[in-house]
Design a protein around this ligand. Sequence first.
Ligand code: ADP
Ligand code: ADP
Length: 220
Amino acid sequence: RAAIEVIGLRKRYGRTVALDGMSFTVLPGRVTGFVGPNGAGKSTTMRVILGLDAADEGSALVGGRPYRSLRAPLCQVGALLDAAALQPSRTARNHLLWLAHSQGLGARRVDAVIEQVGLGAVARRRAGGFSLGMRQRLGIAAALLGDPPVLILDEPVNGLDPEGVVWIRGLLRSLAAEGRAVLVSSHLMSEMQDMADHLVVAGRGRVVEDTSVADLIAAA
Ligand code: ADP
Ligand code: ADP
């Protein structure tokens, strides 16, 4: 069964058409790469899936139902939308403790995700001094806190060094191997070919190609 269904989304911002019939499905147990140039509508689609933004037409379903961020148990979907938006004055660990508290989770879970994303050495430093790559790791830690079956990550590779790129590839693969659905966006096709099992290629607010990576490589 599909973990995420995006069905004919349309959205305008004033005269700008952000989504123009965006439709695709995300299955559990695989990494789905959402690729396309800047402005293709990837972030808007993710925000609509998460119930943070409304489409003019169409629908987005998570587990067969519209996702209501405020009412759904927070552990249902883990999301990284904008790593730069983390609270700068808190330490990384305190930031996660605060998020964990709102999900009814404790310090043990926080320390587990800190280790999982490799921030153990800097967890007690202020996040405001973090590089973008470290912020990405912190944002991913936040997304993983509730052990969610569905993960939505917007450009998580931005700011990561080559070692970080290898790390996130392994992380996403292991999360998918555990049966989770992972939707991950990037404006770089090359990055996603190495990371994803399935590719949804977007352009101008719609899907221009929807293919398994294996088929893509076989066709090349
Ligand atoms: P992507 O994530 O693929 O870069 P976006 O979903 O961010 O694409 O943007 C799609 C289009 O919608 C772009 O033309 C962008 O400028 C526009 N857009 C996105 N968010 C807003 C907003 N809050 N206000 C006005 N225009 C927006
Ligand atoms: P941006 O990503 O553009 O910085 P935000 O994500 O901070 O914007 O918030 C955009 C809108 O979504 C705001 O109206 C905010 O109240 C709402 N919002 C933010 N987080 C949630 C959430 N977890 N559940 C529901 N609505 C939210």
